[in-house]
Design a binder for this molecule. Structure first.
Ligand code: ZN
Length: 338
């Protein structure tokens, strides 16, 4: 049994409670209000709702390129670099990225893995013993579902994806798809596939938001990647008013997968509260992937981050939720559990 004391951000509303979290056998046994001297801040660990870890072989290589030049299949810079990387180099680069993700508080990421079954296998190997569990949305032939957790489609303007969608339905696996990144033309066709997750939705309009609500489709947003690729800003406020919204860091080639950085951008440049952003970075992604983490309450998996609330960076911040969302960095992390 272990006790973590300090300010605990409890439940779905992240109410700050002075007290302790009791952990036993990897699960939260109890959350108790009590006097404590500890200046630590205990929060749920992050679930990164959209990554492309394979791009770890092309960090900062796409600066100044358009969306098509940088990432569009099959001939963009990203795909040329992935084709050129040998397997050991790819596995090693993804493993180092996952170690960084863990150190910055992330325990799971929902990854769109290129290169079919071989790509998915390479990511499983890379993730071993990193403390980050990849939920893999595979690519290529539907048989990738033998290795991957779900299917990740590049976008409805690239292909029909009917067979892949049907294979997911048959096997009870989630089907995810990019939509509305450069423009709105692929959003209705993506929604016609009855997806379990939409990624981006930068150009979502009222009619799309209505369908998202009607079909109860969660959305992963990646505001920093959208900024680097200059495709616009996702309507996060409107999306939150219609469905579950989760936060992702997207391509490793464009940005480091630090949820602290993504949260700060989301909180400062969009009409959303710090609590909403923290939920997007934790419980929302967990819900999409069916993971039992993201909320501090008894019975849940004890996937937790302990921050030093008295670090030179965080000392004196008046609101602990704002401190975590808008100000904290990886340097403030003391421990990551679970
Ligand atoms: Zn993506």
């Amino acid at each position: 049994m272990e006790e973590l004391s300090g300010t605990v951000l409890v439940g779905e509303s992240f109410d700050p409670v002075r007290g302790r979290v009791v952990v036993e056998d990897g699960r939260i046994e109890a959350v108790e209000e009590t006097d404590t001297e500890s200046t630590d801040v205990v929060i749920p660990a992050f679930v990164n709702a959209h990554t492309h870890l394979g791009d770890s072989v092309a960090k900062e290589a796409a600066v100044g390129l358009s969306l098509d030049e940088a990432v569009a299949p099959p001939d963009s810079l990203k795909h040329r670099r992935l084709a050129a990387a040998d397997r050991d180099e790819l596995v090693s680069a993804m493993r180092r990225t996952l170690r960084f993700a863990r150190r910055t508080g992330t325990v799971a990421c929902l990854d769109f893995r290129e290169s079919g079954p071989a790509g998915a296998r390479a990511l499983r190997e890379a993730a071993a013993e990193t403390g980050v569990d990849p939920f893999i949305f595979g690519s290529g032939d539907p048989s990738v579902l033998d290795v991957a957790d779900g299917y990740g489609a590049s976008g409805a303007n690239d292909d029909g994806f009917a067979a892949e969608r049907a294979a997911c339905a048959e096997r009870g696996r989630p089907f995810a798809i990019h939509a509305g990144e450069p423009d709105a033309t692929d959003i209705h066709p993506a929604l016609d596939l009855d997806p379990d997750l939409l990624v981006h939705m930068v150009h979502a309009e009222r009619e799309h938001l209505q369908r998202v609500a009607d079909q109860s489709v969660p959305v992963a947003v990646c505001p920093r990647a959208n900024e680097v690729l200059d495709v616009g800003k996702p309507p996060i406020r409107e999306l939150l008013d219609h469905t579950t919204v989760a936060l992702g860091t997207d391509n490793v080639m464009l940005n480091p997968p630090s949820m602290f950085r993504e949260m700060a951008v989301a909180a400062k440049r969009f009409d959303v509260t710090a609590r909403e952003v923290l939920r997007m970075a934790t419980a929302a992604g967990a819900e999409v992937a069916g993971l039992d983490c993201g909320v501090i309450e008894p019975g849940r998996r004890a996937a937790l981050v302990v921050l030093d609330g008295d670090s030179d960076n965080l000392a004196g911040t008046e609101d602990p939720v704002r401190a975590v969302v808008r100000r904290a960095t990886g340097l403030d992390v003391e421990r990551v559990l679970g």
